[in-house]
Design a protein. Structure first.
Length: 253
């Protein structure tokens, strides 16, 4: 049977979870530095174990059950997103970094988009339109939480693109003309999966590349930009956990 035709019960059996039990939140992160990111995020959890599927972990933050996976690119990110959303996980949170298309965005600013444009080659299999809404209420909450820590946020239209490398200055200029603010490789696809299965979704993406000025992740940041990027990155996972707890409490009520 093809994957899209499988049932939620199939995923429960595959992961060894009792029927009806699933994580409260799935946190996904797209990065080359998989080992470092995974160790950093899982250090915040207890009772951590790797599932039957490699690089997909379960753990706890108090009474919150958390799934975490470092999944790079839309084609990979939709796999854990599909599994857990179909099982009934109510919230999917995409964290990581993104490229700044809007010249006004400084490194370290966190994009928490209300909508994402999916041009990643995967999103359209789960969502009929190119523009996909993320959860506005939770996104507003996330921006407020980050602001209390002195972290700048934005909520412009975000783009998901298939490759970090397949983008030129001319392409980036076209995106800017469209009014797109930032770009990554996972968010729209994860949001499309969430819509397909009825889950809520939020993205927390720290601006790294300054694409408007032709700077990629290979270009050095100033010491102040490096500190801002690190501070924002450190706040993403805890913000995701806070959102997960909020959704879990609402469901319990």
């Amino acid at each position: 049977m093809a994957i899209l035709d499988l049932t939620a019960e199939t995923w429960h059996r595959a992961l060894g979870l009792p029927q009806g039990q699933h994580p409260d939140v799935l946190v996904l992160e797209g990065t080359w530095w998989r080992d470092r990111a995974t160790k950093s995020r899982l250090a915040h959890l207890t009772e951590v174990r790797e599932t039957a599927f490699p690089d997909i972990f379960l753990g706890r933050d108090g009474d919150l059950t958390v799934a975490y996976c470092c999944a790079y690119g839309a084609a990979r990110a939709v796999e854990p997103a599909h599994v857990f959303a179909q099982m009934g996980t109510p919230l999917l949170v995409q964290i990581g970094t993104c490229g700044g298309i809007d010249a006004r965005l400084d490194p370290g600013t966190v994009m928490v988009p209300d909508q994402a444009v999916g041009r990643d080659g995967v999103s359209h299999h789960y969502h009929p339109g190119e523009t996909i809404a993320l959860d506005r209420d939770l996104s507003t909450t996330a921006r407020a939480h980050l602001a209390t820590q002195g972290i700048a946020t934005t909520n412009g239209t975000h783009l998901t693109w298939p490759s970090l490398f397949a983008q030129s200055d001319a392409i980036c200029a076209t995106w800017a003309d469209e009014g797109l603010a930032t770009v990554d490789m996972e968010t729209a696809a994860v949001a499309a999966v969430a819509h397909h299965f009825g889950a809520r979704t939020v993205a927390l993406l720290t601006v790294w590349d300054a694409l408007a000025s032709g700077k990629s992740f290979l270009d050095p940041l100033t010491p102040a930009q490096t500190r801002a990027l690190a501070r924002s990155d450190a706040a993403l996972f805890q913000t995701a956990l806070n959102l997960g707890r909020q959704v879990a409490l609402l469901r319990a009520a």
